[in-house]
Design a protein around this ligand. Sequence first.
Ligand code: HEM
Length: 162
Amino acid sequence: MKSPLLHELCEPFRGLLGTWKGRGEGHYPSIESFGYVEESTFSHVGKPFISYVQKTRDSVTDAPLHSESGYIRPQEEYLAELVLAQPSGIVEMHKGSIESSKNACVIYFESIDVRVTPSAKEVTQVSRLIKIEGDTLSYDVSMAAVGEPFQHHLKALLKRQA
Ligand code: HEM
């Protein structure tokens, strides 16, 4: 099948497309700190959204850890929305923006709403900062959860896969 042309609204996000693998670490006052390995894929079908699928494993035991999937919805003037769901019952809605140049970009999303299922842990605010330089992607995730104030939860460094 012929691969579709990237929708013009997705053009600033071109550098995200593909599969990325690497390592991250997480912490929060209410839990033990942990390390993880991650694989994330960003793809498109020619429509004005980018699909995102992520999975992680414990870097010590190799047991499956967190996973999530969602869609970036680019808007005019380098703005974007993000909708994302986690199997832990957390659903995030974000507004954000992208600054991009030829080989680098910075994407910042701030939640406008976070909803959780009745049995999920409480999460009230999330931010996601993604930086790409060439074939390296790094990100930071912060959140307000389980009664704790808004603070850092995760950082990771991923490499683009051929
Ligand atoms: C790479 C992605 C992530 C990994 C590897 C990860 C991993 C973990 C681990 C290992 C724990 C402790 C054990 C557990 O409760 O399952 C945890 C707790 C938690 N995580 Fe994450 N997490 C990720 C992303 C997120 C995101 C994006 C959110 C929310 C938007 C989130 C919200 C939470 C909450 C609410 C807890 C429970 C804290 C508590 O019970 O005190 N996590 N995470």
